[in-house]
Design a protein around this ligand. Structure first.
Ligand code: HEM
Length: 183
């Protein structure tokens, strides 16, 4: 019997997840500069990945909702709106993109705990993107699809790593501005 693709993806992208997590963990979300950089990095990554989801409306809708929520959170900080995405991402498998974005919401509990520890008010609209828990149904749908995925795994593992790296690149693009202020 073929291995559950979710398990394969989790096992084979452990390192790139760790690198992506580190790239974002370096940005202090509880400062205005860190919040701004993190939201802009997520909006840029989500916007460039979204076109890949056209064949899967259920994921396109949920991930579009997350992008819109990130845009609304940024607007609530009073920051200037985001420009349109500057580049098109390479064509990636929609399941790989959905896995990275919906899976990233599993780390939300860790982030919510950090926000609580820093006494960020629960109702803060600028942090709504990080506290949202609305992706559970789409994640369950994806898990079922991954559990019964019939095809070859190699290409989808590569596309999953590529989707992680887009988040990493966007963190690197916005984080230096944050890091410079910290020096
Ligand atoms: C400070 C940043 C981050 C932290 C602390 C973090 C933490 C975590 C934790 C604790 C889990 C496991 C949750 C569970 O099994 O219940 C997880 C899973 C995951 N995270 Fe992250 N993460 C971070 C950033 C990211 C980013 C930026 C992405 C991608 C854009 C990402 C993608 C994923 C994926 C795909 C999974 C699911 C793995 C699986 O179980 O199949 N994470 N993360």
């Amino acid at each position: 019997m073929a291995a559950d693709l979710r398990r394969v993806l989790r096992d084979q992208t452990t390192q790139v997840h760790e690198d992506t997590e580190s790239a974002f963990a370096a940005i202090d979300l509880t400062t205005p500069e860190g919040l701004d950089a993190t939201l802009r990095a997520h909006i840029a990554a989500l916007s460039s990945l979204l076109p890949n989801l056209a064949p899967c409306p259920v994921f396109a809708e949920e991930i579009g909702r997350l992008r819109d929520l990130a845009v609304a959170s940024l607007a609530a900080t009073g920051a200037a709106p985001v420009p349109s995405p500057s580049r098109d991402a390479a064509a990636l498998d929609p399941l790989a993109v959905a896995y990275v974005v919906l899976g990233s919401r599993l780390g939300a509990r860790v982030i919510a705990a950090r926000l609580r520890a820093a006494q960020v008010p629960e109702g803060s609209a600028a942090y709504a993107y990080f506290r949202d828990e609305g992706s559970g149904a789409a994640w369950q749908t994806l898990r079922q699809m991954l559990a019964s995925f019939p095809g070859e795994h190699t290409a989808i593992v590569a596309d999953t790593s590529a989707a992680f790296r887009i988040f990493q690149q966007e963190a690197a693009r916005f984080a230096p501005r944050f890091a410079v202020k910290e020096v």
